[in-house]
Design a protein around this ligand. Structure first.
Ligand SMILES: [Zn+2]
Length: 276
């Protein structure tokens, strides 16, 4: 048996068509930005919307849905004897915070070409650190908050400046005081430890396995090295405001392969600091 995420298990089980409910066990709410864990039988293969996804020899797999995922998805189970069956997954849609700001001064500072090139290189470096679907199985354990403090930014929010939509915000921002510890929300292997990125500042990427990654940016300092295996609760660094940040906070992002997910869905409500 696999251990369900604490919160996801509370949120209810997947909407399954009856014919496959016995074949594939799925834990986690199917929702935009959500992560779900499935259990097939040993040797089964799984396709999501026609794309094969990683399945462990014992049948464990994980998948997620992006911010703008449509309602209907097709999960295909292919048994070792070649027999296949399909089920339709229904993904719940969410309302995201959209902010319209008009009449903005257009004369905003644009970075010089050299800085722009560094920004692109930074983004590529982070993308490359989140490409592989490793055999780590740390994503199965219930996640904990990597830092504690007021939530100052949420997943999926978007600003529309002078009618031009900006990229949505894909992390959860925790406005903890500068120097507060940042700990691993789940175990994993460090795939990126990058100081001095232009927008992200000091950044760390942690591989929880099967394509599930945490990214931490704006760190004051970094306490881990690439390739290092760390356990849940281990120190990653400290909260800062490096890169482009208006004040100290931890931006924690969750990804499943190329899909940005909502990290806040994996953790229980944050307990008040006084109770820690
Ligand atoms: Zn953020």
């Amino acid at each position: 048996m696999i251990k369900p995420f604490r919160l996801l298990a509370l949120a209810g089980f997947a909407c399954l068509l009856p014919q496959l409910a016995s074949a594939v066990d799925i834990r986690g709410e199917l929702v935009q930005g959500g992560l779900a864990i499935g259990q097939a039988k040993p040797g089964d293969r799984i396709e999501l919307d026609g794309q094969e996804i990683k399945v462990a020899p014992d049948g464990l797999f994980v998948f997620g849905f992006g911010r703008d995922a449509p309602a209907e998805h097709k999960l295909t189970l292919i048994q070792p004897d070649g027999k296949s069956s399909q089920q339709i997954l229904i993904v719940r849609s969410r309302q995201f915070d959209i902010q319209h700001i008009d009449h903005l001064d257009q004369n905003q500072v644009t970075p010089d070409p050299a800085t722009q090139a560094r920004i692109v290189a930074d983004i590529n470096q982070v993308r490359d650190a989140r490409l592989a679907a490793s055999d780590n199985r740390d994503f199965q354990t219930p996640f904990i908050w990597p830092a504690r403090g007021p939530i100052s930014g949420v997943y999926g929010s978007q600003r529309i400046l002078n009618r031009t939509p900006k990229s949505p915000h894909f992390g959860v921002d925790i406005a903890a005081p500068e120097g507060s510890p940042v700990i691993a929300p789940a175990g994993g292997v460090v795939t990126l430890s990058a100081p001095g990125m232009v927008l992200m500042g000091n950044a760390v990427v942690l591989d929880h396995g099967f394509g599930v990654y945490s990214t931490f940016i704006h760190l004051n300092d970094i306490a881990v090295k690439p390739g290092q295996r760390i356990a849940q609760g281990d120190l990653i660094g400290h909260v800062g405001k490096t890169g482009r940040a208006t004040g100290p906070h931890l931006h924690w992002a969750l990804n499943w392969l190329g899909v940005p997910l909502d990290a806040a869905l994996l953790v229980p409500p944050m307990a008040p600091l006084a109770q820690q």
